[in-house]
Design a protein around this ligand. Sequence first.
Ligand code: GAL
Length: 755
Amino acid sequence: MKTKLALAGIVALILIISCNRSDEPNSVLLNTGWKFKTGDDPAWATPAFDDRHWGTVDPSQIWEEQGYKGYDGMAWYRLKIPIRSSLKDPNNTKDSLQIMLGKIDDCDQVFLNGELIGENGRTIYSRLKPGNEFTREKGIWNLERRYILALNDPRIHWDNENLIAVRCFDHGGAGGMFGKPFEISMRGLKDHLKFDFASEIFKFSGDSMVTKNLSVINLTGTEPIKGELVIEVFQCDNGIRIYSDRSIVDLPPHLKIEKTATFRKNISVPTILKVSFTEAITRKKITEEVEVPYILTPKSPGAPRINGAKVFGVRPWSPLQYKIAATGQPPLKYLATDLPEGLVINPENGLITGSLKKKGEYIVKLTVENLIGYAERDLKIIVGDLISLTPPMGWNSWNCWGLSVSDKKVRQSADLMKSSGLIDHGWSYINIDDGWEDTHDKNGNILPNYKFPNMPALCSYVHSLGLKIGIYSSPGTKTCGGYEGSLGFEAKDAMNYAGWGIDYLKYDWCSYGNIVPDPSLEQMKKPYKEMKHALRKANRDIHYSLCQYGMGDVWTWGAEVDANSWRTTGDIEDSWESLSGIGFSQAKGSPWSAPGRWNDPDMLVVGWVGWGPSLHYTRLTPSEQYTHITLWSLLAAPLLIGCDLSQLDAFTKSLLTNDEVIAINQDPLGKQAVPISKNDDYEVWVRDLENGSKAVGIFNKTEKSLNVPVEMKDISLNGKWNMHDVWSQVDLGKVRGHFEMKTSPHGARMVTLTK
Ligand code: GAL
């Protein structure tokens, strides 16, 4: 018994070591104790200044979120902190000290004990530079702030209190310090040796083989680094090591070695890959861990299955296009019975087209057959005023290609939407974001630029694949990317879009802010009303997507300007801070979300993204990506894939093709989830579904595995309920009163509860 217990203890320990992320040792954290004041005064750099009357601030959050909404301009942060010489490593006199201040939006000057040590991310090594010139650089808000000082730099007051004063300037939008880390530490092995996990992704082959290529890089310019490298893979549920490789490496300055780990694992079980390096002479060790992607979505069966929206809205007389999304072994044959007059179906590709003249509701029976079997489902077509009765699902060019989008990339994405099979799960829009516009000609027609030689041809190509196409503009003179906007040309633009065959318009505030710098609510609505009328006159069902970052609580009036969706936030990024900050703050819009009127927390950041010509694989961990898709589905958010579809890997595809998850996003009731419990460690969100079931999202916000408790009385559920795991699509038995779900670091689970 004792041995068993001891063994269990060791396994538990391994589990903790292997599946939780660890903190950097030997550092001084700078997360708390900061004072803050808007304005500018050189005296605020000095230790003698008395800041006791200043406000306090959390450096990991922008100042807008801490009582300084809309503030742009100068502001200062001050922190008093002792720096102990025990931080120093007696073995290494060449060490330096680094002060890390997360990121700063937009510009900064950093003073240590009254003297300038850094500006806009660059260390200032000399003591002579006067402190008051301040370069207000643009576009550096997302840059790491790390200032490095030699140990004998007199600006450091060892074993005494030190004042760090940060002078900030914000050009507009979010402002001040944010992100992480905030700490002082010695430069050491961890700064000189880099493990590169990001350049190549985990590759899957067959049902269980995983390969990971990684490299280890010596970042120093002068010193070789020698030691032992260990690569291991652990299973998170029981701590068992399933792979291990040891090697001695001797790395000359600036060089790297490449390593490959190939291992067999159960594809659906969370595992972590851990790499450690122990330096030969000092025995110093650094360790890093990455989560191995785990695939929960089961493979689609060979027998037909009908997916996608169960309800579809169209306006009288508008051209209708509905693609029956279905999986199953090809060839599939598509049928629709009780099709109202005016509509036809193509049995080869499942495309229903035509138009309906009279308002009303029609129930159409869809059937999909193959050699193995058939599937049936009802589709409700509602001819009326409202379109987009379920959240739009598609692809948008921005998060991957940014302004480098072109006709070629759009066609390629449309082809891939079809050939990858995404179309069979309900994905339908191919949206061109900013970067397609040229100028308005003398007749007021908007001309696409050289990258888009023929818009009508592009639209009909996309339609021919069974997909829809979207476009982007701004109510201002210029878009955010500096291209031509729609101001003064709204009616003509809408007519042109409709004439080309556009199905979706994203309308982005951008330079309209120059026309009304401090807009009243009516001024915020005005340009969106203008385009609403223009679109309605164009006689084509164009999904109207507002993008003004949530200003004026747009969710309360989006429907009034006839928007089908409205962005509730600024731009998303592929980081946990951005994802969780946006995702978990969406409850405010819940009451206003309804069929045809969706809150839009911005596009998806899974797969290869990059906002320009060069891409990187999302920096979200696999578990964070589960959180992303789970939360966006519960929020009834538009799902717009933002990645390069030509590099769609098995894991990303599994995230985007789980039909049960998608069905929750597309649930015809159209109710957005609300949080029923929320604390620093976890959140539980619940969405009512059309069939009376509840979809429950369970989110772990910590960096450790967590058993998240759910009290069913908080969802007003009495008695026994059948619980079903949505991601792995398996029944979990009956529950009553209370249950707990084991959830990975930053990860999510999703269940339905059905009476
Ligand atoms: C931003 C918008 C992004 C993208 C970009 C294009 O304002 O939030 O999603 O559309 O403009 O310039």
